[in-house]
Structures are given as structure tokens and as C-alpha cells.
Design a protein around this ligand. Structure first.
Ligand code: ADP
Length: 196
């Protein structure tokens, strides 16, 4: 059985990786699908995020990484996947996740959402938290795969607001959201990962 694990993964964290590894034990194949979340301004390009995930999952032979601009159920149907894999950290995740699961069920009745409860050590962990810590120069090596941490440090080292004591607001939204035109740090060529 094929499972799709959709998300923004901006960037992949050890919490995501834990769900991926456990998913790979449960399903014949897991496909991590990066989708653009219109409510979030990404730090890394889709290509950079895919490179991060590929680098972090080299030990998983039944894992594939892809991107798709459209409904997750459309992608799942294209790939003949029957399962949407999602992670649950806390009650705060539950409401939105349940709403998405119900919505997807109305769109495609034969695709099931399967939730994996976070491992306790990652229950607090989110991509936003990692970015917030890195932005103010804190350590993130224990939260994301090593090479991803280097890319994040590199990124914020080049961000002028990184050490400003009052820079507590998130990066302002950038429009339009087209991947090729969204301003990000670092520029794609500055990533330690080559673009594929
Ligand atoms: P999205 O923008 O779709 O929420 P994310 O990259 O933030 O994408 O998350 C993708 C999935 O991974 C979601 O189901 C989310 O709940 C889950 N997830 C994120 N962080 C963790 C974690 N630390 N432990 C378990 N699941 C997580």
C-alpha cells in the first residue's frame, strides 16, 4: 500500500523524519509530497526542501520525494495511493487535521487519512519553532538533520535582522507565491544542497 505524506516541510525537522521513518515501516511505499501552503511564506524553495528531505532519508529505500501544485487527493489518485499520512502533536493540531481529513474524504471517499501520534521527544517541535530559534542565533542541531541545520544557519547569517533584539515579528508575507519569484534566504545558489 502506498501512503502520501503531504506538507510544507520548511524545513524538515526530526519530528517529520520520525513520522516518515515510522510510515516507511507501516507502508510498502511512502511518498513525501511538498505542496505550497498559501498561508505560509516559505524560507526555502521547493527544490531546496526536496533536497533537504532526500538528504535526510537516504537510508529509507521505500521513500520517494516529490512536489505537486494542486489538491493532495488529486496527487494521491495519480499515484494510486490509498493513504494520507499526517502527524499529530497536540490537541491544537487535531482540529485542523480532522477538518482536513473530513474535507479530503468528501473529495475522495476511497482515500483514508492515517494519523501517527508524535514521538514524545518531538511533541513540541515545528518548522516555525526551528526558524524562530535560528533567527536569533540559538542552537537547532538537536531539532533538524545536521546538513539542514547548516543550511538554516547559513540562511540566517545572511539575514540582516538575525541579531536585532527587536526583530520578533515573522518575515512579512511576500506576494505572489509563485516558487520562482518568492524572495527567500538563502538564494537557491547559496544552499549547501545543489538544486535538482
Ligand atoms: P503543513 O503545512 O501541511 O502543516 P508541515 O510541514 O508543517 O506541513 O507538517 C506536515 C505534517 O507533519 C503535519 O501532519 C504535521 O502535523 C506533522 N508534523 C509536523 N511536526 C511534527 C512533529 N514534531 N511530530 C509529528 N508530526 C509532525
Amino acid at each position: 500500500m502506498i501512503a502520501i505524506y503531504p506538507g510544507s516541510f520548511d524545513p524538515i525537522t526530526l519530528g517529520h523524519l520520525d513520522i516518515i521513518e515510522r510510515g516507511c515501516q507501516l507502508f510498502d511505499q511512502v511518498i513525501v509530497v511538498l505542496s505550497r501552503n498559501p498561508n505560509k511564506t516559505p524560507l526555502f524553495t521547493v527544490q531546496q526542501r526536496m533536497a533537504h528531505i532526500r538528504w535526510s532519508t537516504q537510508h529509507l529505500p521505500n521513500l520517494e520525494v516529490d512536489s505537486f501544485d494542486g489538491l493532495t487527493v488529486t496527487y494521491a489518485r495519480l499515484r494510486q495511493a490509498k493513504v494520507l499520512l499526517r502527524g499529530l502533536r497536540a490537541v491544537s493540531d487535531f482540529e485542523l487535521e480532522l477538518q482536513m481529513a473530513h474535507t479530503n474524504k468528501t473529495l475522495s471517499d476511497d482515500i483514508e487519512t492515517v494519523f501517527l501520534a508524535t514521538s514524545t521527544e518531538y511533541s513540541f517541535l515545528s518548522s516555525s519553532l526551528v526558524k524562530e530559534i535560528a533567527r536569533f542565533g540559538g542552537p537547532i542541531d538537536h531539532l533538524v538533520p545536521q546538513a539542514v541545520a547548516l543550511d538554516i544557519y547559513k540562511c540566517y547569517a545572511k539575514t540582516p535582522t538575525a541579531s536585532a533584539p527587536t526583530a520578533v515579528e515573522p518575515t512579512p508575507p511576500v506576494e505572489p507565491p509563485a516558487e520562482s519569484s518568492v524572495e527567500r534566504h538563502p538564494a537557491p545558489e547559496e544552499s549547501i544542497f545543489s538544486e535538482s
